[in-house]
Design a protein around this ligand. Structure first.
Ligand SMILES: CC(C)(COP(=O)(O)OP(=O)(O)OC[C@H]1O[C@@H](n2cnc3c(N)ncnc32)[C@H](O)[C@@H]1OP(=O)(O)O)[C@@H](O)C(=O)NCCC(=O)NCCS
Length: 371
């Protein structure tokens, strides 16, 4: 073997794969398959963006219809999976229930072809996400409404009522922003698992596990919990300063790639403003966010990331907080499956080396001689 190369901690600045799916740059741009996220946010739908990310090009009308129809046909989750979810503790976090459910679905569907498995998993994620929330809150499970598209359906299944058109549209915009983000921690986890030739459920179960952490997808729930503690923009600015002085991390800020702006956060910020206006609500939440964003830039030169603005947008839509990270997963599943496919197109097992720092040449000590 050639000499081991030592890379920076956290693989900071190290490229470990090629990808043709998405590209983010340090000066704050993001493209999916060459299209800017701003363009897709403005013009595209969940299904169309998903097709683009999965297959590398915008669909024709016929292709889009057939893709959307396949999602609908496969959207129902078997009762057996709900049974497994219901057997978990009621105080479990919905993300833990979702992780278990995706793993269980893999055991159930191991006889399907790889293509059928990917289609089934993407199609079932909205029902799994909504019902992991419903089950942990003692509510009855709900099936998808065949007349609704993915975003509206997810909102419907969470709340139990058909969403307003504007709400469904706004929610769909957030899902588009969440759908893919090149080699983030969960996509990397998916690719590592894919590289062992494990199935797509195994890889995406790993993706969900990585997404749960507050340094990744869990940041959206942590960000809104923090924002709800602030009563005014002035108080928010003071509290942020105090938190930083205590060495605390402010969730929803900072990014491995974006150093000046996260383009998704700025789109989501504008969406939050529009949504508050549409709902004739006071702009307090927007002003709180803006105050925190300004303080973070002034003191740390750290930009708000998507989680910081998606969270208050979900909150304004009346979505319960504990389902924010699962919602992220319902959209990111598209990116994960695309990374799974891309990894297998030119696979090499991920198996890095490590610098051993433990003890050497110890002699075994029998139990009675151990102190
Ligand atoms: C996202 C994150 C993990 C990126 O980590 P990273 O690439 O290793 O971060 P950086 O190396 O750019 O951090 C630079 C400095 O800013 C600090 N920093 C980064 N994010 C911070 C935050 N949200 N609050 C306070 N300080 C932060 C780091 O501690 C580091 O300080 P140091 O040099 O004194 O150790 C990190 O910014 C973070 O933890 N953010 C909060 C969680 C979050 O919002 N996650 C969602 C990401 S989309």
């Amino acid at each position: 073997m050639s000499e081991t190369i030592i890379v920076p901690k956290g693989l900071y600045g190290v490229a470990v794969s090629e990808t043709g799916i998405a590209k983010s740059t340090s000066d704050g741009t993001l493209t999916y398959r060459g299209y800017s996220v701003e363009d897709l946010f403005e013009n595209s739908s969940f299904e169309e963006t998903a097709f683009l990310i999965l297959y590398g090009r915008l669909p024709s009308k016929k292709e889009l219809l057939s893709f959307s129809s396949a999602l609908k046909t496969n959207a129902r989750v078997p009762e057996q999976i709900y049974g497994i979810m219901k057997n978990l503790r009621k105080d479990a976090h919905p993300m833990d229930v979702l992780r278990t459910a995706v793993s269980a679905l893999g055991a159930n569907e191991h006889r399907l072809s790889s293509e059928e498995q990917k289609q089934s998993l993407i199609a079932k994620m909205p029902a799994l996400v909504a019902n992991c929330y419903r089950i942990t809150n003692g509510m009855d499970t709900i099936d998808p409404d065949h007349d609704l598209d993915t975003a509206a359906n997810l909102l419907y299944m969470i709340s139990g009522g058909r969403p307003e058109k504007f709400d469904a549209w706004a929610f769909e915009r957030e899902l588009i922003l969440y759908m893919e983000h090149d080699l983030n921690a969960s996509a990397f986890a998916v690719r590592v698992i894919a590289s062992t030739l494990a199935d797509v459920y195994a890889a995406c179960t790993g993706g969900i596990a990585a997404l749960k952490g507050p340094l990744h997808g869990g940041a959206n729930e942590a960000a809104i919990e923090m924002l709800l503690k602030f009563k005014s923009p002035d108080e928010a600015a003071i509290r942020i300063q105090e938190m930083l002085a205590r060495g605390e991390k402010i969730m929803g800020f900072g990014h491995r790639i974006y150093k000046t702006r996260d383009p998704r956060a700025q789109l989501s910020k504008q969406m939050l403003k529009n949504l508050l206006k549409e709902k004739k609500k006071e702009e307090t939440m927007y002003e709180l966010c803006d105050a925190v964003e300004k303080k973070m830039w002034e003191l740390k030169k750290l930009p708000a990331n998507l989680d910081f603005y998606a969270a208050p947008t979900f909150y304004t839509l009346g979505i319960p907080i504990e389902v924010y990270t699962p919602i992220f997963a319902a959209s990111r599943i598209v990116g994960w499956v695309s990374h799974y496919n891309e990894q297998l197109q030119d696979n090499k097992l991920f198996r890095p080396d490590a610098i051993y720092t433990g003890p050497n040449k110890l002699d075994y000590v029998s139990m009675d001689k151990r102190s």
